[in-house]
Design a protein around this ligand. Structure first.
Ligand code: C2E
Ligand code: MG
Ligand code: MG
Ligand code: MG
Length: 287
């Protein structure tokens, strides 16, 4: 009995795998038209200064409003877009759209005391090796009239592992212009800490896996030590530290005590439409 039940489970697993493969194939072929039809949209998640809780900016997170499957998160389609090369035009669209959005926030803020909101945009490794990265970015910033210092490009640590000078050159040029480069998901790759000095990054984004150990009280003492060590290393290299995945007030308080600079997570806000972010920023400017 157990065996036949097991057999059924395997059959089910196979069917599920087939269904997933079919969906993947369908999504892949639908990607180019989706971009043309404007099915992608961006949600913004605030980044918050841990010191005083004020909003410092937001990360742009792309979603796909699929006519049959509903709203799909990036984990469902970014890899497919990378494999087909569509990530280059898609990534350019995300950059352009979120830079324009950052300008709108700044314009609406002109009359009040809110600090200018900065915008974080994720870059895929394929965009790094694409020759148009620097010129596209310059053009997008100029056309929108956004200062380069208001933009932060997030690159994952794994994309830069073993990066040679050719790969780093465009990032260096952008950094020289004043664009911030953040090392995303830091701590999940094979971090070569000595390598950090070579990279044109100004922000470390500590991966959610580190903050998870702080959800319970008391927090895992080893996690605390590791975060403390990373923060002191980062600060000694003049890097700011952002933490991802902050879900509770206990975590936020501990991360503040450990000296982290900014935080992002459900505790503050889930990713949402652009107007909500503006309201959050205004609320803490006037409170
Ligand atoms: P990421 O850059 O590390 O973004 C953070 C992810 O963590 C987001 O997932 C966000 O919704 C989620 N998150 C934020 N706060 C919390 C929290 O408190 N708890 C938990 N459990 N999760 C939290 P999302 O939106 O599904 O994006 C996943 C990944 O997709 C991103 O990870 C990023 O690598 C990639 N991605 C998103 N937008 C783009 C894009 O425009 N271009 C590229 N190349 N990649 C993108
Ligand atoms: Mg990111
Ligand atoms: Mg991240
Ligand atoms: Mg992450």
């Amino acid at each position: 009995r157990a065996k036949s039940a097991g057999g059924n489970r395997y059959e089910m697993a196979d069917e599920e795998a087939d269904a997933r493969a079919i969906t993947r194939h369908g999504l892949t072929t639908a990607l180019p038209a989706a971009l043309e039809r404007g099915e992608f949209f961006i949600e913004y998640q605030p980044l918050v200064h841990l010191g005083d809780g004020s909003v410092s900016g937001a990360e742009a997170l792309v979603r796909w409003s699929h006519p049959q499957h509903g709203v799909l998160g990036p984990d469902r389609f970014i890899q497919l877009a990378e494999r087909t090369g569509l990530i280059v035009p898609l990534g350019r669209w995300v950059l352009e759209e979120s830079v324009r959005q950052a300008c709108r926030w700044q314009e609406r803020n002109a009359g009040d005391t809110t600090v200018p909101l900065r915008i974080n945009v994720n870059l895929s490794p394929c965009q790094l090796t694409h020759p148009g990265l620097v010129s596209d970015t310059v053009e997008i910033l100029e056309r929108a009239g956004l200062a380069p210092a208001a933009l932060c490009l997030e690159v994952t640590e794994s994309a830069l592992i073993g990066a040679d000078d050719d790969l780093l050159k465009p990032l260096r040029r952008l950094a020289e212009m004043g664009v911030d480069i953040a090392l995303d998901d830091f701590g999940t790759g094979y971090s070569n800490l000595a390598n950090l000095r070579r990279l044109p990054v100004s922000v470390l984004k500590l991966d959610r896996s580190f903050t998870q150990g702080m959800q319970q009280f008391p927090a895992d003492p080893v996690d605390l030590k590791i975060v403390e060590g990373i923060v002191s290393l980062a600060h000694s290299l003049d890097l700011a530290v952002t933490v991802e995945g902050v879900e509770t007030g206990v975590q936020a308080e501990q991360l503040r005590e450990l000296g982290c600079d900014t935080a992002q997570g459900w505790y503050y806000a889930r990713p949402g439409p652009p107007d909500r972010l503006h309201d959050l920023a205004l609320a803490d400017a006037t409170s």
